[in-house]
Design a protein around this ligand. Sequence first.
Ligand code: HAM
Length: 448
Amino acid sequence: MPVKKEKKTRSFQLVKGMKDILPDDQKYWQYISQLAETLAVKYGFSRIDIPLVEDTQLFTRSVGQATDIVEKEMYSFIDKGGENISLRPEFTAGIARAYIEHGMINLPQPVKLYSIGPCFRYDKPQSGRYRQFHQLNFETIGDADPVTDAQIILIAYKINEMLNLPVIMQVNSVGCPQCRPDYELVLKDYFKKYRNKLSEVSQKRLLKNPLRILDSKEDLDQTIIEGAPQQVDHLCEECKNHFIKVLEYLDELEVPYALNPTIVRGLDYYTRTTFEVTTVEDAENGDKSRQIALGGGGRYDKLYESLGGRETPVVGFAAGIERLIGQIKEKDLKVPALPQAEIFLAQLGTEARRKALVLFEELYRAGFKVTEAFSKSGIKPQLEMADRLGAKLCLIVGQKEIIDGTVMIRDMDGGIQEVVDYKKIVPELRKRLEKMAVVRVAIEDKTV
Ligand code: HAM
């Protein structure tokens, strides 16, 4: 085969399914992260950061062998030392590993942990679905009480409420190892009757993981799923009581929810409560092929034991940051702009540039947000830049100002210019900025 000559200067593109977060979008990221952090602190969660990579088996044993994530979507590879490792497809398993490894069972329970960061799934890229995406993840570890499930659902709801995104929590119970096997048999018998009418994916799931058919987005499956027996009618007494309590607490908290027997989740570790967050439009529209969850989670009381820890009841959820941002943009909701430079420092000529360099440091030390374009020389391009960057004031240092020991201050809104003594520049700037009531957007001021 002829060897294709590689061009000497090839250009590069994003790897499929990846996304740059450009400066213009940073305000959304900062807003959402700060909002999640504020919520986390108020509800008593501590931050945990875990590695991007873990032992592959941690995920196969927790997320489940017969799940899309493990079967098709893991970024797994053998490292140079021969270890089989994977990029994390989610946080839950890694947090379980960290809790067990660091003996957090010895801390007062529950241990409440939150994380923010990237996850990786080799998914089919499409709108709202990326191969690198970011989650806000909350876990309450070591508490079996249904009140914890309700509080986790409340926090998942609040993130959306604070962003002004109208959502409904889709809630279900998937039972426990006592009652689920019986339900799975009933479900399998039901789906077997429709085997030939089910979509190809669901036919495969019928053999490996019939519960997941309920999660199908295929049109072909929908009417069959509607008639399927429901787990809630096959719960054991304990699971039923647990579920009723969760719903009572949600009523008490006035969290909008809908009972949805198809919320079985794409991960195997759940027991009892499961939930997903959908927009009100998606919930009303009913077309499952179009629906994308903004978040999801539930209780999983058996995972820690299966990973070598002690029996530890846990409930948690994760929200997808890209999907939240997608909704904010689609609905044209406002988020605060990032703090901008208040002052632009312009200079005219070599001498002035030297002086401006020193003045910049003085202003920086005095705590001002200053920006500059020292490589530019004309006043016009510098003023244009000051305008584009949203500076409130522009300081101009030229030959004349150097001789006089002054600095010119230009009000960027009105264009009025005034000469000020160089030595008085710091108090003068403070006075002016205070007077202009520059709004430094403080997320803490937002009502949480
Ligand atoms: P999950 O439903 O797989 O749950 O993911 C949670 C959220 O992450 C989804 O609702 C979605 O917003 C976002 N997400 C998932 N995959 C993608 C993707 N390919 N592109 C963009 N966003 C995506 C979990 O990961 C569980 N660990 C949640 C949990 C925590 N359960 C208990 N604790």
